[in-house]
Design a protein around this ligand. Structure first.
Ligand SMILES: NC(=O)C1=CN([C@@H]2O[C@H](COP(=O)(O)OP(=O)(O)OC[C@H]3O[C@@H](n4cnc5c(N)ncnc54)[C@H](OP(=O)(O)O)[C@@H]3O)[C@@H](O)[C@H]2O)C=CC1
Ligand SMILES: O=C(CO)[C@H](O)[C@H](O)COP(=O)(O)O
Length: 487
């Protein structure tokens, strides 16, 4: 049997590291890129001889048939450009895997176009950043099932492992792989914003300094909240100012500027966060499918609000009423926050999985949500101990409509929701914005409400638009003349 092989198109940050990872895992690897520097860089870093060339023909000739080709170029037109170049030169049965953050409708179109040419196409989400790509990412391939067996040994060798299981699996049909990665990123946006809100509540609401805050996040990371994002938040809070900055540029011995807690790098980072679009796509498709994902939506909106720096500075002068300390003993807020975060994390994951469930039905992906939870346990940005709990929940009931009603999750929520309510209440009184903590609480309160005030909304629609309503005491649809007699 020949050595498993992989060809990589695009040797930038992700492609080069994935190619080196595949090589370390014992595969034969070839690489190509538009740039000579990228090609030479890969060749020099490779521990064994590789084919590395800017010549696409030489690259394809070096690959045994049927070929396995991983494309790692920027999402959008570059992917179509690469497929346009590759497709006429490929042979029937070759497999092309797009490992970038492509939008899932593009992936479905490419999947169909490639299939018409007798070629297999996977959209594959890859998570873990540069280090993950090199040492073990989480990978989310989707597309035709048959060619997966051929490439599985390559991907499983490269993937992160948890309890000996690789964080990769064939997830489903069509564009399912990129859909799952999109929702991964939507959850990522939600968790990141929740952590930012906890930081704000500790900093402005409780008056804590960076060292104590970092210690708290570390402490949380030793408990039920253990996760990559909590861990890196502790590292970021502890990170000193001077490490990556020219010492001549660092502030002198004078007191730190107003509002800053000391010489920590975080205090000098501009408060605007960019985005590339995957979080927005998650919210957009959730709205199209009618699935409530308010915590993810709020996180996307929070990034837009962060970008309005000049407007916010101007508004702070005009509108005043600055955020201040939370009422009462600051330690009450500190005590509440760990449990509040756990409840909000559970709600955010639940929204993402509920979206995956609906999308799987709507787009006929055939997702198994327990497998998704397994693949997310390691290597990816949203990896957390909680993923094992979710995997068990879906194992116990594969038709679970929402993680919130899995007994193991419900029990945790009942134990922690009081803290979420306290944290949101204290933050609100202090004037500190908590869009994700608040929407997580509101979603939880709405989802567990047997009755909601939508009867009034239904009546209002019927009043102004004759849209009809249903009744609780009679079958059928109804419309009435609502205007008071005599008007
Ligand atoms: N960076 C990250 O942490 C993560 C990125 N991703 C996704 O992975 C994909 C790649 O990202 P990343 O590696 O960071 O991007 P980079 O820009 O670092 O690398 C892309 C590489 O592709 C090359 N390239 C572009 N067009 C072609 C082409 N037609 N033929 C051959 N090579 C080409 C580029 O060459 P040149 O520079 O000469 O144009 C460049 O070397 C993106 O979709 C990204 O969203 C996913 C997860 C994490
Ligand atoms: O896919 C990723 C992590 O999972 C990439 O890092 C992505 O760029 C993150 O999204 P954004 O840039 O919008 O914050």
């Amino acid at each position: 049997m020949s050595t498993p092989h992989l060809g990589v198109v695009g040797l930038g940050v992700m492609g080069r590291n994935l190619a080196l990872n595949a090589l370390d895992a014992g595969n034969d690897v070839s690489g190509t890129d538009l740039g000579e520097d990228a090609v030479r860089g890969f060749e020099q870093e490779a521990a064994r001889p590789v084919t590395a060339t800017t010549d696409i023909g030489a690259f394809l000739d070096a690959l045994p048939r049927p070929r396995n080709i991983l494309v790692m170029v920027p999402a959008g037109p570059p992917v179509d450009a690469v497929l346009g170049t590759l497709a006429p030169k490929l042979d029937e049965g070759d497999l092309v895997i797009d490992g970038g953050n492509s939008h899932f409708p593009d992936t479905q179109r490419r999947h169909d176009e490639m299939a018409q040419q007798g070629l297999h196409f996977f959209g594959m989400g890859v998570s873990g950043g540069e280090e993950g790509a090199r040492l073990g990412p989480s990978m989310m391939p989707g597309g035709p099932k048959a060619p997966y067996a051929r490439v599985a040994p390559v991907l499983e060798g490269m993937a992160a492992k948890v309890d000996g299981e690789p964080c990769v699996a064939h997830l489903g049909a069509g564009a399912s792989g990129h859909y799952v990665k999109m929702v991964h990123n939507g959850i990522e946006y939600g968790l990141m914003q929740l952590l930012a809100e906890a930081y704000d509540l500790l900093k402005r609401g409780a008056g804590l300094g960076n060292q104590r805050m970092g210690d708290l996040f570390s402490q949380w990371n030793d408990g039920e909240l253990r996760s990559y994002l909590v861990e890196i938040t502790a590292d970021i809070l502890h990170h000193p100012y001077t490490v990556e900055v020219d010492p001549d540029e660092a502030p002198g011995d004078e007191a730190p500027p107003e509002g800053m807690t000391g010489r920590y790098l975080l205090d000098y980072i501009l408060d605007t966060a960019a985005q590339k679009g995957t979080g927005k796509w998650t919210s957009q498709d959730a709205l199209d499918l009618g699935v409530p994902t308010p915590t993810i939506d709020a996180a996307v909106t929070a990034r837009y609000l962060s970008a309005l720096k000049d407007e916010r500075v101007a508004a702070s002068d005009l509108l005043g009423d600055p955020a201040g300390r939370a009422p009462g003993d600051p330690e009450d807020l500190v005590d509440a926050l760990g449990d509040a975060l756990l409840a909000a994390f559970l709600v955010t994951y639940a929204q993402g999985f509920a979206l995956l469930k609906r999308a799987s039905d709507a787009y006929e992906f055939g997702l198994d949500l327990g497998t998704v939870a397994r693949v997310w346990r390691g290597g990816c940005i949203i990896r957390a101990d909680l993923l094992e709990t979710f995997r068990e929940a879906f194992r116990a009931d594969e038709d679970l409509p929402n993680l919130l009603v899995a007994p193991v999750v419900a029990e945790k929520l009942i134990g922690h929701r009081g803290a979420l309510r306290r944290a949101v209440g204290l933050g609100t009184q202090a004037g500190i914005p908590t869009p994700c903590l608040s929407t997580a609480l509101a979603y939880l309160d709405a989802y567990r409400s047997a009755w909601l005030p939508a009867n009034l909304v239904a009546a209002q629609r019927d009043y102004f638009g004759a849209h009809t309503f249903q009744r609780t005491d009679q079958d059928g649809t109804f419309h009435v003349q609502w205007e008071p007699a005599g008007l």
